[in-house]
Design a protein around this ligand. Structure first.
Ligand code: XBP
Ligand code: MG
Length: 239
């Protein structure tokens, strides 16, 4: 409609691997601590964890592991309880400062806000983990800087399904132009399936994945600036 100001564009960030290298020294360690605390003889080394990352979602990852890799046990494992314990360990690790934001993330957040654009988060990790990371790295008020935060609990189908991105777009005003920033093929496919142009910043576990559908691919955040985001919003860099 003429005379109506369009909603401010939004930059939607994935969390694990994108905002921070959370997997090897955060989630993986937390899973192993939860297994040990439950008396389970499982240990996910770095390589095995990298393979298991093909399964999105911590509960789904544990279920897959039990199904495919774990020797038969007497008695069932309470996956929800085990995962809750894992997230407790993760929250503790994050609160202790074990995980930092990737270099350039903080600066990019500030630049996006200065441009009058909106910040968002679209992740398949648990909400408690996102809040712990934001609090530990950006402070108690960080949550309020994000126009939308969609987490694993909010959708039935996790990435690479488009559900989390679709929900984020639904929660932002209709007609919002948005771009996604992801580190993994799962995330890229999720965002592209929801119709979003997507920038990829490779991470430790995803460096070897294929990103043909991305508008651009980087190794680090400092290479990604507002001018590039503007071009992606304008469609000039979209695939
Ligand atoms: C993140 C995930 C999550 C985390 C662990 O993927 O798949 O499962 O590994 O968090 P993405 P939870 O970066 O694509 O969002 O244990 O809370 O699931
Ligand atoms: Mg990720």
């Amino acid at each position: 409609m003429e005379g109506v100001t369009p909603p401010a564009p939004a930059v939607l960030f994935d969390v694990d691997g994108t905002l921070a290298e959370t997997e090897r020294d955060g989630h993986r360690v937390a899973f192993n601590r939860a297994f040990a605390a439950a008396g389970l003889p499982w240990h996910w080394d770095e390589q095995r964890y990298g393979e298991l990352l093909q399964v999105a979602g911590g509960q789904e990852r544990i279920a897959f592991f039990i199904d495919r890799c774990a020797p038969p046990r007497l008695g069932a494992v309470d996956i929800a309880a085990l995962h809750a314990e894992k997230n407790r360990h993760y929250g503790q690790l994050v609160a202790d400062g074990a995980i930092a934001l990737r270099p350039g993330v903080k600066r990019l957040f500030g630049a996006i806000e200065m441009a009058g654009w909106r910040l968002g988060i679209v992740t398949t990790t648990s909400r408690a983990n996102v809040e712990a990371l934001l609090h530990a790295t950006l402070g108690a008020a960080a949550r309020r800087r994000f126009a939308v935060i969609v987490c694993g609990e909010d959708v039935t189908r996790k990435k690479p399904a488009p559900d989390a991105y679709r929900l984020a777009l639904h929660r932002l005003a209709p007609g919002t132009r948005a771009v996604a920033i992801e580190d993994s093929r799962h995330g890229l496919l999720a965002a592209r399936s929801a119709g979003l142009p997507t920038l990829v910043v490779r991470s430790r576990y995803t460096a070897g994945e294929a990103f043909d559908e991305a508008a651009a691919v980087f190794d680090d955040f400092p290479d990604l600036d507002l001018a590039l985001l503007q071009r992606v919003f304008d469609g000039s860099s979209a695939p």
